[in-house]
Design a protein around this ligand. Structure first.
Ligand code: NDP
Ligand code: 8X3
Length: 253
């Protein structure tokens, strides 16, 4: 059995991050699981420790001091990760630009863009030093095509797309793989967060068709991470069959 690779997963406390953690735990990875909700991190750690070594870091990706302190608290063995899955992120609100909330805009830019940068800043130096590693950024179809009322969330995911391309160029000399995975509609806590806890509105997003499950995207992450050394999955857009674009979803309702 080859030596286990170390994977850092942000946003591991729910949805795509949690499903990715569960899948990688059974595929020869040891895990650094990140998120703000300590109770969920601890529950995950206990469950997955039956399969692999797991450590947890609780921090808010918006707080660059907290991000730095969290990674500095890791010993070298954990810090020199082979894989970083930049998954933490959410939409906050769905409103026309002229009536959007400045607080929601700040949250999306700070979490989805700056948070991804702060975490990458802590993890990349060790990858560069050893001239190997793999970054997987969770983008979105929202980062490929804007949709009505999606404005700032879309902009934040367009930024993830641009950063992924830039990372691939800048890290090319160091043999570091960079992958972006851009899902369409995945049923997670995403819409509950977007609609600020309004469960009826969140559930409606996924009614009348079969949305993707978090596990479907975890599968894509594992696929990207397990290609041969000379292959990089650069850019992957994944839809449920009912979806054809950001705005076209075939619903039976
Ligand atoms: P969830 O809401 O289920 O999960 C979001 C994760 O991000 C949670 O673990 C949450 O952890 C973490 N997170 C959010 N804010 C912060 C923060 N400030 N600091 C640290 N961690 C944070 O949503 P998904 O699993 O669906 O989303 C995961 C990624 O996939 C996101 O980047 C999202 O944009 C993207 N995506 C989702 C799609 C979907 O339809 N669901 C489609 C396309 C892309 P905690 O609250 O504990 O901090
Ligand atoms: C999440 C998918 O279409 O709700 O990124 O923006 S969408």
């Amino acid at each position: 059995m080859p030596q286990k690779r170390t994977a850092i997963i942000t946003g591991a406390t729910s949805g795509i991050g949690e499903a990715t953690a569960s899948l990688l735990a059974g595929h020869n990875f040891r895990l650094v699981l990140c998120g703000r909700r300590k109770d969920r991190l601890e529950k995950l750690r206990q469950g997955l420790s039956l399969k692999t070594e797991v450590t947890t870091l609780s921090f808010d990706v918006r707080d660059k001091g907290a991000v730095a302190a969290a990674f500095q608290s890791l010993d070298d063995g954990w810090r020199q990760a082979d894989v970083l899955v930049n998954n933490a992120g959410n939409a906050h609100g769905l409103a026309p630009i002229q009536s959007g909330s400045v607080e929601d805009w700040d949250a999306m830019i700070d979490i989805n863009v700056k948070g991804l940068l702060y975490v990458s800043h802590e993890v990349l130096p060790a990858m560069v030093k050893k001239n190997s590693g793999h970054i997987v950024n969770l983008g979105s179809i929202a980062g490929k095509e804007a949709y009505p009322n999606g404005n700032v969330y879309c902009a934040s995911k367009f930024a993830v797309d641009a950063l992924t391309k830039g990372m691939r160029m800048d890290l090319n000399a160091h043999g570091i793989k960079v992958t972006a995975i851009h899902p369409g509609l995945v049923e997670t806590e995403f819409s509950l967060v977007r609609f600020k806890g309004d469960k009826g509105r969140a559930d409606a997003v996924y009614q009348g068709y079969q949305p993707l499950r978090a596990e479907d995207i975890a599968d894509m992450v594992l696929f990207a991470l397990t290609r041969p050394p000379h292959v990089v999955v650069a850019d992957l857009v994944v839809f449920p069959v009912a979806q054809a674009s950001s705005t076209i979803v075939r619903k039976s309702l």
